[in-house]
Design a protein around this ligand. Structure first.
Ligand SMILES: NC(=O)c1ccc[n+]([C@@H]2O[C@H](COP(=O)([O-])OP(=O)(O)OC[C@H]3O[C@@H](n4cnc5c(N)ncnc54)[C@H](O)[C@@H]3O)[C@@H](O)[C@H]2O)c1
Length: 286
């Protein structure tokens, strides 16, 4: 990759998405600063990257020397100030508007005037995040999918003030990462979650109303619709709390009753049955 926008990139947040994004940029030859306020999370993120690269070596998609080279391009940091010299910053911290707005305001004062600030948010309004900066034309959504090193899609979210030039750079950058970018407008859930989450929510309604068992619902969607995974198993993988949060974003954002979260989804979240990460969701994982 040649333009200054991705000779050096800073990724903020070393969790599930951040470490995958860092690995993907490093694999494309970019020097990466990986920032996390939590030292344990940073160490875990770096270890996850090493493990993931190890799997590429095992599958003979990379040599050990290439994997070492990719890992060598990534440096861990505890402070946002590491982003000061980067022309592109990709934020992947927790899905909380106030946390993201605080980070963007700080990045705005730290980074050079031409730096592009991207967010990996899956549901928050990119326009509201951009409004925390003095450069809303250079703020954009760069929505990667999990697991980032394997999934081809990047949803590029054009906020109210995002410039054509910023969209062009992020589009080109996504292609250089080997991804397929799709441009979307900044409406709740963009395309991915606006289509996916109501399907998951409807599957939970089917379960609540006893239309079929969880396994029955998932089998219909796998064998009948050729989905690689049933909607309830997918909800368990994503996390039922995350699914509920996104349904609430759609419900609040559109004010349309068709996005009301299923009462069973609410009840499972209240009980702590959040899916795989909790050992229990629509299926048991213990
Ligand atoms: N998990 C997914 O499948 C998925 C898919 C697409 C998009 N997203 C989006 O990506 C973002 C990150 O999600 P995730 O699943 O990786 O979350 P995560 O909880 O795994 O990781 C978030 C990380 O951010 C760090 N963090 C929190 N505050 C910070 C700060 N002020 N500065 C630096 N680091 C900070 C935390 O320590 C944590 O390590 C969210 O906006 C989410 O909506 C998630």
């Amino acid at each position: 990759m040649s333009t200054p926008y991705y000779q050096e990139v800073t990724v903020v947040g070393a969790g599930t998405m951040g470490n995958g994004i860092a690995q993907t940029f490093a694999a494309a030859g970019t020097k990466v600063n990986l920032v996390d306020v939590n030292a344990e999370a940073l160490a875990k993120g770096l270890a996850t990257i090493e493990k993931s690269l190890g799997r590429f070596v095992k599958k003979e998609k990379l040599t050990q020397a290439q994997a070492d080279e990719v890992f060598g391009r990534i440096t861990g940091h505890g402070q946002l100030s590491a982003a000061a010299g980067s022309a592109l910053v990709v934020e992947a911290v927790v899905e909380k508007l106030e946390v993201k707005r605080a980070i963007f305001a700080e990045l705005d004062s730290l980074c050079g005037p031409d730096a592009i600030l991207a967010t990996n948010t899956s549901s928050i309004s990119v326009t509201e995040i951009a409004a925390a900066t003095s450069r809303p034309d250079k703020v954009i959504g760069m929505h990667f999918m999990n697991p980032v090193p394997l999934m081809k899609l990047v949803e590029i979210v054009r906020a109210q003030e995002t410039s054509d030039e910023t969209v062009r750079v992020i589009n080109e950058c996504s292609l250089a990462l080997g991804k397929t970018p799709v441009e979307t407008d900044d409406y709740p859930g963009f395309v991915s979650n606006r289509v996916l989450m109501p399907m998951i929510n409807e599957a939970v309604y089917c379960l609540m109303e006893g239309v079929a068992t969880a396994d029955g619902i998932d089998t219909v969607m796998k064998l009948g619709m050729n989905h690689p995974m049933g909607p309830l198993a997918l909800a368990d993988l994503i996390g039922l709390d995350v699914c509920l949060d996104i349904m609430n974003v759609l419900y609040d954002g559109f004010g349309d009753s068709k996005y009301r979260p299923c009462p069973l989804l609410r009840r499972m979240v209240a009980a702590g049955n959040l899916g795989r990460k909790a050992g229990k969701g629509f299926y048991d994982y213990q």
